[in-house]
Design a protein around this ligand. Structure first.
Ligand SMILES: [Mg+2]
Length: 188
């Protein structure tokens, strides 16, 4: 079964972990020296899905062809150690290099993406997933078509599907609920 051999799940960011919107503004510094500020909207339920993938022992990576500090901050919040982002990044060589570094072949990877830049990588990994807002060409190459949109639960839906298929979801939820009932750790 494909689900059990997945060792790494990589996510495109814009339109996959976000609603595809980018808020661009400036922090006043005076005229031309205004600092550029870019904000993205991430989904909290998606975040817990990503945490659950990591708890299941799966490596998670964010792969984006748009460099953004917001993406790096979100990855840090979720404990995602592998963030590959650069303007115009090509995802096939980028993910191949990450796989070589981590000793994970492409046939042990899953990828979730929504737009044309994701098609080549989706054709090469073991399991490709597409949020419901994906363009038609992406849906055509995705083995898993999600009912939720990017940035609105699609990543959570995929995490649950994958972990259910691996027989891990119920155990992860039980452990999480049990943990939530413990007293807070003492403040540092
Ligand atoms: Mg995208």
């Amino acid at each position: 079964m494909i689900a059990t051999r997945i060792a790494l799940v990589a996510f495109d960011v814009d339109g996959t972990l976000t609603d595809n919107g980018v808020y661009i503004g400036g922090v006043p510094g005076g005229g031309e020296s205004d600092a550029r500020l870019e904000l993205k909207r991430f989904d909290i339920q998606d975040g817990l899905g990503i945490v659950m993938l990591r708890r299941a022992g799966i490596i998670v990576a964010f792969v984006s062809a748009r460099h953004s500090a917001a993406t790096a901050l979100r990855a840090t919040e979720l404990g995602v150690e592998h963030v590959v982002q650069a303007q115009g990044l090509r995802k096939v060589p980028a993910l191949r290099a990450l796989g070589e570094q981590l000793n994970v072949p492409m046939d042990a990877m899953a990828f979730m993406g929504d737009d044309l830049a994701d098609i080549a990588i989706m054709q090469r990994v073991a399991l490709a997933a597409a949020p419901s807002n994906s363009v038609a060409e992406v849906k055509a190459v995705a083995a898993v078509q999600l009912t939720r949109e990017g940035g609105r639960g699609a990543a959570r839906e995929f995490a649950e599907l994958l972990l259910h298929a691996r027989g891990q979801w119920a155990g992860l939820v039980a452990a999480y609920v049990q943990e939530s009932a413990r007293p807070d750790p003492p403040a540092a």
